[in-house]
Design a protein around this ligand. Sequence first.
Ligand SMILES: [Zn+2]
Ligand SMILES: [Zn+2]
Length: 339
Amino acid sequence: MAKMRAVPIAAPGAALEIVERDIPDPPTGSVRIKVQACGICHSDSMTKEGLMPGMQYPRVPGHEVVGIIDALGAGVAGWNEGERVGVGWHGGSCGYCDNCRRGDFFACQTVTRITGVTYDGGYEEYMVAWASALARVPGELSATDAAPLMCAGVTTFNALRNSGARSGDLVAVLGIGGLGHLGVQFAAKMGFRTVAIARGTDKEALAHQLGAWRYIDSRACDPAGELAKLGGAKVILATATTGNAMTAALGGLGVNGTMMVIGAEGSVNAPAALLLTAKRGVKGWYSGTSIDSQDTLAFSVLTGVRSMNEVFPLDRVREAYERMLSGSVRFRAVLTMGE
Ligand SMILES: [Zn+2]
Ligand SMILES: [Zn+2]
C-alpha cells in the first residue's frame, strides 16, 4: 500500500510527530484530497490538547485545507477528480436532520463533523473529506493564499456580512491578529467606516495599510469612549481572545449596535442597562459552511483581500505550531506538503 506523511496526535497533550501512514481510501460520500497546503489555526489546540468532549485518538488536526481531489468515494455527485477544493472547520452535514432541513447546516445534529476534530484533518499529505464539506477554490488563489481563508477568512467575512452593518456604517474590528488582519480588510472592502482596535501603536501603520479608516490604541485610551466619539459602532467584530478586551469595547456600540463574537475564548461581561438602553446586543458567530467559504474565496479574488502568512514545509510542523501558539506568527502559519 502506498504511504504518506501525516501528523496524528497520539493522545491529548502529545507532541506533533510526523509518521508514515497508509494513504486512505475514501468511503461512500467522501473524496480523497492530495493536500497542497493547510493553515494552522488556534483551534487546532482543541485537538492537540483534547479540549473537545468525546474526542478520539489518534487524530490529525487541521481545518484550513486546500488540495486536489484525487479519488472519489461511491455516491459522490458534483465533484470530479482533479478539481481543487478547500475544507474548513465545518466538516459536512447530513441534509436530513431538523437543523439541516431548516438550512442551519452548520448545526447538523446527526453527524457532528468537524474537520481535524471528529475526523482527520489536513496535517497530512492525503486527507479524506466528506463531499458536503467541499468548497471550490478559484485558480487565482495559490494554495497558501487560500488555506487561511478556509477558517480565519470565512469566520471574519461571514460574520461581517451577516452582522446587519450596511455600507458606510461604523464597524470596529477588535484585535489585529490572525483573524483581525483579515477582518479589517474585509470590512474596508465591504464599504464600512472601519476602525481597527489593538493594544499599542505597533499595528497602527499596518491597520491603515489594511484599509482601516481610524485606529484606536486600547492601551492609551478607552476604546468604548473613542468609538462613542465617532458616533458609536453599528458592529464590533470581536476577534480578541480575552473577555476583558471585549467587555472594555462593548460600550462603544451605538444604537442597535451588535458585538459579533468570533474570538473563541473568555467571557463578555454585558451590563443589562448598557444593552437595553440602546438595544445593543452580543451575538456569537459560527464560521460558516462550505458555500460560505467559497463565497469568501470569490470575494477575496474580487477585492484583493489576502492573508499575511508565514509558510512552513510539513517537516517544520512543530515550529510552525509553536509560532502560532505563542502569538508571534505574522499573521497566519501555513503548512505546505511540498512536491
Ligand atoms: Zn480555525
Ligand atoms: Zn443534519
